[in-house]
Write a protein that binds this ligand. Structure first.
Ligand code: SF4
Ligand code: SF4
Length: 742
């Protein structure tokens, strides 16, 4: 398995600004795909565990929030609630590769963070600082107010009580709650050219919210124990991620097979037998909500984790795999609705399952916060697909005449009036409890005011661009002016408190009332059925080679880690020489040609590639870009360690450009002295010196005279020379040349 090697903080910073300045993009995401909030945009902000986030969207804990660049890319595309990739006590995982099959439905055998706990902490703190720097730089959208960049990092931990209570995970959580020392260390590493950012008030509390992920089969008492520990000892706001088996096997199979037609996807009885049961989930949520309230924390639930199914494809080798995408969207919506029917509108729900640009506004209309996405961002366009979610939401809000999310929830499905009635109903119920003690005259006045206000609130919701929040504030002012002076003080105060809850209550009720209709439509919508989700990405029948391909560039954005990149070369076609060591000296023969036909070339930065296989799924040619295109390492040590595949290391230092290559298990190197225009090419047996500008040989040296019969073809020379020139070319910024660009 390939080990991920995070980039140095200073190199990430240099790359962000160099790439933006020279190429108008950051980590290969074009500026046109950044989500830009303008002064005329509606307010997309939401509250999550009492904290403000400027949009309700973010990546689910997974491949889009593992490394700094993934988090930055998500943020640039509009994510403001980022559920960081799950960490756990076992931070030396061996995951089978490939691990992601987003061909159509979406399956994976992924798990938690592939970095150590220490590295994960460093990545998340670095990413938070990078976001602070981007905000200070006015990105994205110079004219957008700073309030459009409020961002929440939500921790995710797994998977059992012993692991989560371990000193290592406790200390990791403590590090996320107070990262002062790490922030100061990274601050000191900000290079001189970026000194303007050294004094920023970087966030040191990276997160105080956490989404819990548990193993399938984790007992109810254990889940409750973990959440209790997180709410109390770790003093966090907590979201419990629920698993789809909560819906029961019959319910899941009915939707999967009878409604959606995915007959070939099979669930297993044992995965349902040992999982949390629905009544147990209700009980623990009820008890833990009380614990959270008593501690001044909040508790939410997330629907849902992926669905474990039998592996019926040949992509993975495991017996089971985890399903996401279109069918999970319908299953999870039905589960969320069942939960809401059981508990009412009060428990906050975050959502993840088959979210895309089309159903995202509907998920927002159901009041889910955040709405998280994963599989969709693995498809062509990658992170660039995310800003469309927000543009579509803005459009739907404009259609509904809603200037903010609360009003969108109230107005989008036509349940605002009923929601207002329920909210006023709650005030009346509260007053009923006090009825015996409230003077009759006071009660009459209050009831008159409530009846009139409820009618006016409903009328107001029917007007264009109505803002119920603003209207409610006006209603409370009216109450204070017209009613409060005429009734007893304590009654006025109790009414005032109840009236202050009307807006939030109405929004929650509207979200609740919106849910059944949206779920029913989604369940009947053909876009989630098998017929619409069985197409496979087109392959054109040709093979990939080290150089040249059809240059569709799909492999760049589909990589969640931005490991694949484009570089430019000079096309070349040359006759090849071979130097052979004989008893009589070095013999030169000529045979074969080396050709690079196109200037546009693709490479893979191996430090960021975890062999997930996603770029292979979407590449129209066969072979897999991550396996066939040049795999470049960020350090010579990493290149030396990785002996199983061909690979390369290129550097520019002290006037020399050097390239090292392992090609068909043989190692070659190139050393260019740019001032002298001389390059030495060697395989440690023979060494050829050439004039670099003309490729004319100057001399040949024998380094190991014992190796009679040894042959050195010049093909690796041209492979290395082409790669070295291309990736060091400063016109395109990448992680190989970022340290050498002035
Ligand atoms: S390697 Fe494949 S996906 Fe990448 S540009 Fe070439 S053909 Fe397209
Ligand atoms: S380069 Fe391909 S295989 Fe490697 S991490 Fe990216 S998508 Fe996965």
């Amino acid at each position: 398995m390939a080990d991920l090697i995070p980039a140095a903080f200073e190199n990430l910073l240099r790359r962000i600004f160099l790439e933006l300045e020279r190429e108008g993009k950051i980590f290969d995401l074009p500026a046109g795909k950044f989500y830009r909030h303008t002064s005329s945009s509606p307010d997309l902000s939401v509250q999550f565990h009492g904290l403000r986030a400027s949009t309700p969207v973010g990546p689910a804990a997974g491949p889009q929030d593992q490394l700094v660049q993934n988090i930055v890319l998500s943020w640039l595309a509009g994510a403001r609630i980022l559920e960081l990739k799950t960490v756990q006590i076992n931070d030396q995982l061996q995951i089978p590769r490939p691990c992601i099959d987003a061909t159509n439905v979406g399956f994976n055998v992924e798990w938690s963070q592939e970095l150590t706990l220490e590295q994960s902490l460093q990545e998340y703190v670095s990413a938070s600082m990078m976001v602070d720097i981007l905000k200070a730089a006015g990105l994205p959208g110079e004219d957008a107010p700073a309030s459009t960049r409020d961002t929440i990092f939500d921790m995710s931990v797994g998977y059992d009580l012993a692991g989560i209570q371990s000193p290592q995970v406790r200390s990791w959580i403590a590090g996320m709650k107070d990262a002062s020392a790490l922030v100061e260390g990274l601050r000191a590493r900000i290079p001189a050219d970026f000194s303007r950012y050294r004094d920023l008030p970087f966030r040191t509390r990276i997160s105080n919210t956490l989404t819990l992920s548990t193993f399938h089969g984790c007992p109810a008492e254990e889940i409750e124990g973990i959440v209790y520990f997180l709410l109390t000892e770790m003093d966090l706001h907590v979201t419990i991620k629920m698993n789809p088996p909560l819906l029961g096997r019959e319910g899941v199979d009915y939707l999967l097979h009878d409604v959606l037609g995915y007959e070939d996807i099979q669930t297993r009885e044992e995965d349902f037998d040992r999982d949390l049961k629905f009544p147990q989930a209700l009980e623990i949520v009820d008890r833990l909500s009380e614990v959270a309230r008593s501690r001044g924390r909040t508790l939410g639930v997330k629907f849902s984790n992926t669905l474990v199914v039998r592996n019926h494809r040949s992509f993975f080798t495991d017996e089971t795999m985890y399903m996401s995408g279109a069918p999970l969207h319908v299953i999870t919506l039905n589960l969320a609705q069942k939960f809401r029917e059981a508990v009412g509108a009060g428990v906050p729900i975050s959502f993840s399952a088959g979210v895309d640009q089309f159903n995202f506004p509907l998920c927002v209309a159901m009041g889910f916060v955040p709405v998280t996405t994963c599989t969709d961002l693995l498809r062509p366009g990658g992170y660039g697909r995310l800003h469309k979610y927000l543009i579509n939401l803005e459009q739907k809000m404009s259609d509904a005449g809603a200037g903010d999310i609360a009003n969108f929830i109230l107005k989008s499905e036509g349940h605002g009036g009923a929601a207002v009635a329920r909210a006023f109903g709650e005030v009346r119920s509260a007053l009923q409890i006090l009825e015996g003690s409230i003077p009759t005259a006071d009660l009459g006045q209050v009831n008159l005011f409530l009846d009139d206000s409820e009618r006016r609130a409903k009328d107001h919701l029917g007007t264009l661009a109505a803002d119920l929040g603003e209207w409610c504030r006006g209603m409370i002012r009216d109450f204070e002016r017209q009613v409060a002076p005429a009734i007893e003080r304590w009654v006025a105060s109790a009414c005032h408190q109840a009236l202050e809850r009307i807006h939030d209550r109405a929004v929650r009720e509207a979200a609740y009332l919106n849910t059944p209709g949206i779920v029913e439509r989604a369940t009947a919508d053909p876009r989630y059925r098998l017929e619409r989700n069985r197409a496979i990405p087109r392959k054109i029948g040709s093979r990939l080679y080290l150089y040249d391909c059809i240059n569709c560039d799909k492999c760049v954005p589909v990589c969640p880690n931005d490991a694949n990149f484009v570089y430019e070369v000079e096309p070349v076609e040359v006759q090849l020489r071979t130097y052979e060591l004989t008893e009589a000296g070095v013999r030169i023969t000529e045979a074969g040609r080396f050709t690079v036909a196109k200037s546009h070339q693709l490479a893979n930065f191996a430090d960021f590639c975890n062999d997930c296989g996603n770029c292979d799924v979407f590449c129209p040619e066969d072979g897999g870009p991550y396996l066939v295109k040049p795999r470049l390492f960020g350090s010579r040590a990493a290149w030396e360690r990785s002996t199983t595949h061909d690979g390369y290391y290129v550097e520019r230092r002290n006037g020399h450009d050097r390239a090292f290559g392992r090609i068909n298990q043989r190692e070659f190197s190139l050393d260019l002295d740019r001032e002298r225009d001389r390059v030495v090419f060697t395989d440690q047996v023979l060494s050829v010196e050439l004039e670099y500008s003309s490729d004319e040989p100057v001399s040949v040296r024998v380094l190991d005279a014992q190796r009679t019969g040894h042959a050195l073809s010049m093909e690796p020379y041209y492979v290395l020379r082409t790669l070295m020139r291309g990736v060091l070319d400063p016109r395109r910024v990448n992680f190989v040349n970022v340290t050498s660009i002035d």
